[in-house]
Write a protein that binds this ligand. Sequence first.
Ligand SMILES: *[C@@H]1O[C@H](CO)[C@@H](O)[C@H](O)[C@H]1NC(C)=O
Ligand SMILES: *[C@@H]1O[C@H](CO)[C@@H](O)[C@H](O)[C@H]1NC(C)=O
Ligand SMILES: *[C@@H]1O[C@H](CO)[C@@H](O)[C@H](O)[C@H]1NC(C)=O
Ligand SMILES: *[C@@H]1O[C@H](CO)[C@@H](O)[C@H](O)[C@H]1NC(C)=O
Length: 563
Amino acid sequence: MFSLFGLLGLTAITTATPTAQSHSPSHDCTSLPHPHLPGAEILSVTGTELINFTVPAVPPLLNENITDINVCAVTVTLTHIDTTHTDTQPNDTVTIQIWLPLKSHSQWSSRFIGVGGSAWAAGIPPLTIAPYAAHRGFAAAATDAGLTPGPDGDILDPSPWALNSEGSINEVLLENFASRSVHDLAVVGKAVTEAYYGRPAEYAYWEGCSTGGRQGLVTAQRYPGDFDGIVAGAPAGYWTWYVMAELWPQVVMNEEGYYPNKCEWDAVRGDVVEVCDGLDGVVDGVVGDLGACEKVYRPERTLPGKRVVCEEDGTEVVLSERLARMAESIWKGPKTESGSPLWYGLTLGAPLDSLAGTVAVNESSTDRIGAPFPVARDWTRFWVTQNPSFDFSTLDSAGLRDLFAQSVAKFEAVIDSSEPDLSRFHQAGGKLLVWHGEADHIIFPQDSIRYHQEVQKAAGSKKSVDEFFRLFVAPGVDHCALGSIDGAGPTDALAAVIDWVEKDKAPRELPAATLATAKNQFTRKLCAYPLVARYDGKGDPAKAESYNCVAQSTCAQVEWAAE
Ligand SMILES: *[C@@H]1O[C@H](CO)[C@@H](O)[C@H](O)[C@H]1NC(C)=O
Ligand SMILES: *[C@@H]1O[C@H](CO)[C@@H](O)[C@H](O)[C@H]1NC(C)=O
Ligand SMILES: *[C@@H]1O[C@H](CO)[C@@H](O)[C@H](O)[C@H]1NC(C)=O
Ligand SMILES: *[C@@H]1O[C@H](CO)[C@@H](O)[C@H](O)[C@H]1NC(C)=O
């Protein structure tokens, strides 16, 4: 870590309020110096004091109005410098925003946090940093990585930046999105924090989900000294693999020539929950014992002939054998030519209608066509094939295998954050907490379990990775606990990591609760993998304290269910 002390000694505008541990001069919000970032030129640093400021809610990214914010809001712009190819410069403009709790209000906790992005956004400031800076005392930062968002800031639209004007891949921005911007954020954010307060942050954290979770793994793997504690939710780690597997349900529909609507897919999920809900000993609308469910649930037994009234329009559908067959195939996931798994499928109990999305051909028709999940669609057309008009309606198993091969061959080294050797992060004293909804409908929870196993393998069988890496799987929770279904997600995973880093209190359980919008309200605990939470058979099943963390194999219910 570099200190601003030496760098700024000459030009510093010192203020009269040095603290006991002061290492460097502190600066006013409006006159912060340019930080030093190797490989980049800082273009501007502007700071503005926001007093009693409000950031209005923008669900689902920000579910509450954040009011009464008092921060020094700093915007840093920079461009990367290519010192090896001096004739061609990247010409990118990256904007980093850092919100610092006002010195005059003395509410800084001495902690710095980098906050991750979603989908195609590397960060969504100031929305995502406001809650941390406003009420939790963090100096909080996020970056746009130099990416131009889609119209109205649409984070699901990478078309403005994916390709150069002549159709080639914009390698500079891909690298920014994939990894570089996370490190820039850490260096610049910490330097600005130190310059404002006149002392460095004592602890640095990262929190993000999905793309933000991937960024969390990137920093642990590539920049192990940047953050002391990392919360990576539903990380998009095996990007080149799982994004291709997201197309599998579309292939299943293409090959069957049938495109179910949301009502049918919801009915399939409803049937799974009906059969499997009680297998864990509690009827709460959640598949709590996925292993038992996988053993007993057979769609062909319960789906065909079942009549379901659709919530949306009151129409009745009769579920078919074909639908049962398609669901089975989607759960099994894509296969190689010889029939071994290419990647994972959706878990039982995960909503199917995002990856198996369909739309009506036109307003006056009930005919439907496939609607691939936007991230998988755009990764395929802009990056994997560089064919913006790629036709998904004819994509079959062989075609998907070809896309898999290209995706991995061309981009694994650039964007996958699957490196299992975390020894440098471990040596640096870092703590990594990954959590993943077991009914994630977008990124497969098996990805996180796989990564945990790979890290364990890389560390060697004698060492437990528990010392620095813990995984928490949340039954019945969808992608990043967005709330399309009703499981209990972690209420404050960051607090657990802070205790781990600062008090050496490693988390064995995470408090979890359903969202305010859930039909059944309950609290739960999430257990450090591979343990699972099981009802004690006595207490209130809606309360976390009635559950214990136990080994999978000691669950009597599994044995019973498997008969
Ligand atoms: C903050 O803003 C609110 C609403 O604009 C106002 O009612 C309140 O008096 C303000 N508080 C301070 C301390 O300025
Ligand atoms: C946010 O504030 C607006 C205006 O005061 C209000 O209409 C809205 O209901 C609030 N939203 C939330 C989620 O509290
Ligand atoms: C950056 O701009 C310069 C000058 O316009 C141009 O020559 C160069 O090719 C650009 N670099 C990239 C990566 O597009
Ligand atoms: C809607 O799609 C159907 C095919 O399913 C086609 O026959 C019909 O002409 C289309 N109608 C309009 C208005 O485009």
